[in-house]
Design a protein around this ligand. Structure first.
Ligand code: ZN
Length: 149
């Protein structure tokens, strides 16, 4: 990755951490999952509304470090309007990109590739994945809370 791209990605993460998108509560969510990352103190709740198998709204709320907030913000922007199965697949690919250093970073993950650099910092991977863990649980209805530990 060249320096200009790195700079761009860095700016995107700073922008989303300072002005998070979709950081609010939902009136009538289909599913709400609370996520906790005790190692860093990130505490994020993800809420989604699903209608006709499509995510009609997705928001988050809570507190956390810049990476966890930026990741949650970018996630909500990336997945709103997607079909549930499509979203599940997206979560899987995003997780793979962060966990496996050898995964090719491709455009299909859109803006979320800005977070790929986090995989070089193992202690921060959990921060970046927290909201995604919560979303995964919300989509699969496997529980109302997740923890990275
Ligand atoms: Zn964190």
């Amino acid at each position: 990755m060249n320096d200009m791209l790195k700079e761009l990605y860095h700016d995107l993460i700073v922008d989303h951490s300072k002005s998070p998108r979709n950081r609010r509560k939902l009136e009538n969510p289909t599913s709400v999952v609370h996520g906790n990352n005790p190692l860093c103190g990130d505490d994020i709740t993800v809420s989604i509304s699903v209608k006709d198998n499509t995510i009609t709204d997705i928001v988050f709320d809570g507190v956390g470090c810049a990476i966890s907030i930026a990741s949650a913000s970018i996630m909500t922007e990336s997945l709103k309007g997607k079909e549930v199965d499509e979203a599940k697949e997206f979560v899987k690919k995003f997780r793979e990109m962060l966990i496996n250093k050898d995964t090719l970073v491709t455009d299909e993950l859109g803006k979320t590739v800005a977070l790929a650099g986090v995989r070089m910092f193992p202690s921060r991977i959990k921060c970046a994945l927290l909201a995604w863990h919560a979303l995964d649980s919300a989509l699969n209805q496997t529980g109302t809370s997740v923890s990275t530990e």
